[in-house]
Design a binder for this molecule. Structure first.
Ligand code: COA
Length: 139
């Protein structure tokens, strides 16, 4: 198993996305998203992409995890951990002395305890309200 950065094609992304039961957008939309991402990490079993994670953000204050998916038959083998660690290493490489930045995501239902293992805090918490989400469609 090896992790590579920024090599995943839109078609491979779409295939991985669909493998976990998510409805994928068009290849054109995926291509734009991939090319504007800060980093896209993919785990390969030989040449087969088996897991991915995408990081977006402003590089200075805020980072956001999207499209974290491991092919079902490869789940529970530590690949998610490798990908999350790759994201955190990447963010560390971007930070200057004294910086602290936020790393956010929306957990799938029931996966919160996975993220808690990596130090994420569930919201609402004692000091903050719920994360908010809105899908915007072209009028
Ligand atoms: C959630 C997901 C990314 C985790 O990846 P994975 O490769 O299966 O996870 P790993 O094998 O690396 O597990 C890492 C750790 O998390 C734990 N873990 C794995 N899945 C978990 C879950 N659903 N809930 C709680 N803990 C979980 C493991 O036991 C392991 O703990 P350990 O390191 O202390 O032994 C993967 O299961 C997946 O793609 N699911 C379907 C799509 C999805 O829901 N993505 C998340 C969108 S927010």
């Amino acid at each position: 198993m090896r992790i590579e950065q920024d090599r995943l094609s839109a078609a491979q992304f779409k295939d991985l996305f669909k493998s976990v039961g998510w409805q994928a957008p068009s290849l054109e939309q995926i291509e734009v998203a991939l090319s504007n991402s800060m980093a896209v990490f993919c785990a390969y079993d030989d040449e087969i992409p088996v897991g991915m994670i995408r990081l977006i953000g402003d590089g200075g204050m805020s980072f956001y995890v999207k499209d974290f998916a491991i092919r079902p038959q490869y789940q529970g083998q530590g690949i998610g951990r490798l990908l999350m660690e790759s994201v955190e290493e990447y963010i560390q490489s971007q930070l200057k002395e004294g910086w602290a930045v936020s790393l956010e995501l929306i957990s799938s239902k029931g996966k919160e305890s996975f993220y808690e293992k990596f130090g994420f805090e569930v919201r609402p918490c004692a000091w903050d309200g719920a994360g908010m989400f809105k899908m915007v469609r072209k009028k």
